[in-house]
Design a protein around this ligand. Sequence first.
Ligand code: THU
Length: 133
Amino acid sequence: MDENTKKQLIQEAIEARRNAYVPYSTYPVGAALLCKSGKVYTGANIENAAFPVTVCAERVAIFKAVSEGNMDLDAIAVVTKNGGSPCGSCRQVMAEFNPELIVIIADEEGEVKQETTLKEILPGFFGPASLAK
Ligand code: THU
C-alpha cells in the first residue's frame, strides 16, 4: 500500500486511541480499518468491570464496518504505546473476512513496528472454508 495511505491510516488509529476506555489496564489501543470501498472505520478498546466483556480496538472497528454493510476489509492499522500485536481473538475475526488483510502495527509515535498480513500472523486458521461440506 502507498506510504500516504499508510500514514493516514496510522494517524486515524492514533486519534481513535484517544477514545479508549481503559480504567483497568491503562493500555489504550486504537485501530483504523480501511475497506476496499475507501471507507475507514476506527475503533478503540472498551473495557468493563467484568473484565472478559472487554472488546479490543480491532474488533470494534471491524464490527462497525461489517454492521454497516462493509465486509470488504483491505488494511488495518493498530496503534499501542509499544507496538503490541493484535490478540488471537481479533486475528480470528480478521480471518473471517480477509486472509489477505494488511496488518500495520505501529507505536504511539506512529512508527511502524511491523507490516504483515493476517494469513502470516494466523497460519492454519479455521475460517469459512473449514466448514465446507
Ligand atoms: N487489546 C486490544 O484492544 N487489542 C489487542 O489486540 C490486544 C489487547 C486491549 C484489550 C485490553 O483493553 C487491553 O488492550 C489490555 O489487554
